[in-house]
Write a protein that binds this ligand. Structure first.
Ligand code: ADP
Ligand code: GLC
Length: 489
């Protein structure tokens, strides 16, 4: 045991909600530290100040303290410096690193030795941070490929391998896998000369995967512990049937793998207090939901007095989210007896298909392109059915948010969707509608069941309330992380 005190944990995250968020990873880095601190742990966060982040922080009224000392690391024969800003949100200390390396868009379209540099620099700056603060972590908790370089550096970097802290103890690392489909892989080129990683780790037991540098694989192999965001996904990513090809590597590291279900920040995602809703409501008093529905309909091309089911979807527009099965169903939408609203951004071919379908079926399909936080809240609050027929889903937060807001999910039985949604027709009754086979017919079968059930107001009310009363908070999972931290020290 390195310390008798509560473990000190530094979350190293490339995204942080609400200041920089692409998807659920940002939500997790923005909410789990708060829950862990409520369990008595000393957890803090470091994240890059991507363009616009400092402004958002100021707009939200947070006081920024800037350190006089810079944090500096070596990368590609240059010194990469960052200004260290500190804020506190919900009692969580957060360091925002401002550097020339974080001036571009967050994630590059293509990864190579140049575009990967901001992420290498960020990980090394996180390792050096204690030199300019009065606080030193026992554990670095990293998230997905953008910060998977940190455990690699602790294992194989000429300068950081074998590093010990001021008490003479080696820090531990945890790598959480939010999505194994993104691995941070690229041809090695001058990577080893530039990064300082010892080339001898470019092998099957190290960072190499099919001739490429693979940061996620390196992180999985070198981290002290690996977690993933639902028990079901932890099992799926070890099997050969999974869509991701790191299954062999993950299976070989299963002794240090845990599947811990994500939670959501139930203070932020709370229909009873949500400032982005026109009217608040709760499971006991659903009245305000009508106002949300009216406000939502006003934003669409639909009849504002529509009383039938409203199917909603807030999503990154990528294959993972099931658009291969959704798009072929769009032509049948007018016959389904429901109206559909999609909000999202992503691949152009998906955006184009949704745009075209919405102009063909103006009174039954509406598409809002882009990322829009307040509209997302309105969709969860005004929608009746939440559609999420994912091809794979490490956890999924949207279905939990939807249930908390009273929209009943229609999901595929995969990943974290299995751990959070049970079919209403299963024994004991459930909180949503599920299907297994990844095809349009399967999805439509469950969607039709949901639409039909909606017409029975009493039955629907029961299902909706069951979802709204589920405990999707971090409480249980934070304790599992606490046990894990204690175990590895
Ligand atoms: P993933 O991380 O794979 O995108 P999750 O369900 O875990 O999926 O989390 C998605 C998060 O991003 C949710 O908080 C969801 O509300 C939000 N989100 C996704 N797309 C949009 C969008 N276009 N506008 C606003 N919020 C969005
Ligand atoms: C990823 C996954 C999603 C998960 C989120 C947060 O983006 O796609 O399923 O909920 O990370 O862990």
């Amino acid at each position: 045991m390195a310390t008798q005190q509560a473990p000190k944990v530094l979350f190293v995250g490339s995204e942080l909600s609400p200041f920089s968020k692409v998807g659920g990873l940002g939500d997790v880095v923005g909410s789990l530290p708060k829950a862990l601190r409520q369990c008595g742990l000393d957890v803090r966060v470091v994240t890059p100040a991507w363009p616009g982040v400092l402004q958002k922080v100021r707009d939200a009224g947070h006081k920024i303290t800037t350190s006089l000392q810079h944090v500096a690391v070596a990368c590609a024969w240059q010194t990469a410096e960052a200004t260290v800003h500190r804020i506190e949100v919900d009692d969580v200390p957060i360091w925002l690193l401002e550097s020339n390396y974080y001036r571009g868009s967050m994630y590059p379209w293509e990864l190579d030795v140049f575009t990967v540099r901001p992420f290498l620099v960020f990980c090394m700056q996180a390792l050096e941070l204690s030199k300019v603060t009065d606080w030193e972590p026992d554990i670095f908790h990293c998230h997905d490929w953008p910060t998977a370089y940190l455990p690699c550096a602790l294992a194989w970097h000429r300068h950081y391998r074998g590093a010990v802290n001021r008490r003479g103890v080696r820090p531990a690392s945890v790598l959480t896998l939010h999505n194994v489909a993104y691995q941070g892989a690229f041809p090695p080129g001058a990577f080893f000369e530039e990064s300082g990683l010892d080339r001898s780790c470019f092998n099957m037991g190290g960072i190499e995967f099919y001739g490429l540098v693979n940061l996620l694989k390196g992180g999985i192999v070198s981290a002290t512990a690996v977690t993933t965001v639902s028990p079901r996904y932890a099992w799926e990513i070890q099997t050969w049937e999974s869509t991701q090809d790191l299954s062999g590597v993950i299976y070989s590291q299963r002794h240090k793998l845990d599947g811990i279900l994500n939670g959501i920040d139930t203070d932020f995602w709370n229909p009873a207090t949500d400032p982005l809703l026109p009217e608040c409501y709760s499971a006991d008093s659903l009245g305000g939901r009508q106002a949300c529905r009216r406000e939502l309909l006003k934003n669409t091309t639909f009849d504002p007095d529509w009383k039938g089911p409203l199917v909603v979807c807030v999503s990154r527009l990528v294959e993972q989210k099931g658009f291969d099965v959704i798009l072929p169903a769009l032509k049948q939408i007018p016959e389904l007896g429901a109206k559909f609203i999609f909000l999202g951004s992503g691949h152009h071919w998906i955006e184009d298909a949704l745009r075209e379908a919405s102009s063909l079926h103006r009174d039954s399909l509406c598409f809002f392109p882009g990322y829009n936080e307040s509209l997302a809240h309105l969709l969860y609050a005004g929608g009746d059915i939440y559609l999420m027929p994912s091809l794979f889903e490490p956890c999924g937060l949207s279905q939990m948010i939807a249930m908390r807001y009273g929209a009943v999910p229609v999901v595929r039985e995969v990943g974290g969707l299995v751990d959070t949604v049970t079919d209403v027709d299963a024994e004991g009754g459930g909180n949503g509608f599920t299907f297994l086979t990844y095809d349009t017919q399967g999805m439509l079968w469950s969607l039709r069941r949901a639409i039909e059930r909606f017409s029975n107001a009493r039955a629907w009310d029961k299902i909706r309330r069951r979802g709204m009363q589920e405990d999707f908070s971090w409480k249980k999972s934070a304790l599992l992380y606490r046990d894990l931290y204690r175990r590895i020290l």
